[in-house]
Design a protein around this ligand. Structure first.
Ligand code: SF4
Length: 248
């Protein structure tokens, strides 16, 4: 089936096509909530492990990170231990995650900064987290949301792609995307929505050939290739806007 052009509200009678970005965002929050847990797939038991695992996850899979972190954290259980690690030993342990020279240097430097400036603890404010070596807003928001329960909307490559396909932003700048989406949904949904978009991007809305026929968002997604078939689903009003019946 060929890909259809994006549908806009101004050119069609399809009620789904006329949804505002806020309604599409809230619908997506509810639909994905019914399908995916709000979980990071990175193994961790505390904020330090979550921070280091998130840094290691750059340019690789969570599975790859999870294959090295149990041994890494058994040998270096906290920031003080990792801050004083031999870089060559760390490189050898994290090699499967790729870019191991840079990553070893970064996680050792991050650990040293935690010891020097935060008494060895991971700070729980984004303003502090982004001052650590190797920690940008994406990593900071993941750590905030997953390790501390503080609302944070992390924008990785999947979130960037899905929010554009869903018409929640027109930007390709992660900082702008974060600002756009967090205006559309309540803070209590930021972390879960980001984590679920990542899972949906990995499993269904993949980069090259999104699996729209299997997607629970396909009846209102402006980029869906199967809207004509799916748009018969009824809208269900809710206090927060509109919601569609769950399921496919
Ligand atoms: S309908 Fe297609 S393009 Fe839209 S979110 Fe689902 S898989 Fe992605």
């Amino acid at each position: 089936m060929g890909r259809r052009p994006a549908v806009t509200g101004a050119t069609t009678l399809d009620p789904m096509a006329g949804l505002r970005a806020r309604d599409r965002a809230l619908l997506a929050v509810e639909r994905l909530k019914a399908v995916y847990p709000a979980l990071s797939e990175l193994l961790h038991v505390n904020p330090f492990q979550m921070l280091i695992a998130t840094i290691l996850s750059a340019q690789t899979t969570d599975r790859s990170v999870n294959s090295v972190t149990p041994a890494l954290f058994a040998r270096y259980p906290d920031a003080a231990a990792l801050a004083h690690a031999d870089p060559r030993q760390v490189e050898a342990m994290i090699k499967p995650t790729g870019f191991f020279h840079v990553k070893a240097k970064t996680i050792i430097a991050t650990s040293a900064a935690l010891v020097e400036r935060f008494n060895g603890e991971v700070p729980s404010r984004i303003e502090d987290l982004v001052t650590l070596p190797g920690v940008g807003r994406k990593t900071a928001n993941v750590v905030l949301g997953v390790a501390f329960g503080v609302p944070g909307f992390a924008v990785d490559t999947h979130v960037k792609r899905l929010t554009r396909r869903l018409g929640l932003t027109k930007s390709s700048d992660p900082v702008k995307i974060e600002a756009d989406v967090t205006k559309l949904i309540p803070p209590s949904e930021w972390t879960g929505f980001s984590l679920r978009l990542i899972l949906h991007g990995r499993r269904i809305c993949v980069a090259r050939a999104p699996r729209c026929p299997e997607c629970v968002l396909n009846d209102f997604c402006p980029s869906s290739t199967v809207r004509a078939k799916a748009r018969r689903r009824p809208l269900t009003p809710t206090r927060r806007g509109v919601r569609l019946a769950h399921g496919r």
